[in-house]
Design a protein around this ligand. Sequence first.
Ligand code: DX5
Ligand code: ZN
Length: 224
Amino acid sequence: GVAAKIAPSMLSSDFANLASEAERMLKCGADWLHMDIMALCPEFNTRCSGHSEFEKAHKVTTLTLAYLDCHLMVTNPLDYVEPMGKAGASGFTFHVEVSKDNWQELVQRIKSKGMTPGVALKPGTPIEEVYPLIEGENHVEMVLVMTVEPGFGGQKFMPEMMEKVRTLRQRYPSLDIEVDGGLGPSTIDVAASAGANCIVAGSSVFGAPEPATVISLLRSSVEG
Ligand code: DX5
Ligand code: ZN
């Protein structure tokens, strides 16, 4: 199968201590650190972190060693390519809903800054919309299937999104498929058996007395 990537969502961390929170997660066995980058975009319900906060945290820590899986919940992802590259992002995942006309240019620019391109879709967006981005000449390496409406941590997992994951996995056996929203010990098995291999988990990891235990449980469910 495809390798498991467990990605604690830093949205649920203590933002005043982002750097040490990140280090703590790496010590607990995280593969990736998921960073939600939001601007004031009504369709993404958003409120907090931008790339400057991320940049500050990045400078003061061993974070440079980590894979920073950045989820851009912004309407103008193109404007973020340069600053995110400078800030040290590893993955740059933009939303298909706001990139219908310029995804080719976007993918090219992301790659030219040494980042890995990914595409995300909101719960209401049909899976077919991402096919061209996976199959094109300048293609994305990952699809992020949102399992909650974007904007906040701690929401309820939407099991009906697993149909999208199954369809993608059948079509693309070696694609990285990420799920984001409401993942934890009680929802991981449905997501893993549908074919997700990259698992974002915010509140279930940060809210646990022993995050390392939750991370290893998520991993063993994906690895089977
Ligand atoms: C939601 C964000 C998620 C969020 C997940 O808009 O994209 O990354 O932090 O948090 P949990 O795991 O608590 O649902
Ligand atoms: Zn996210």
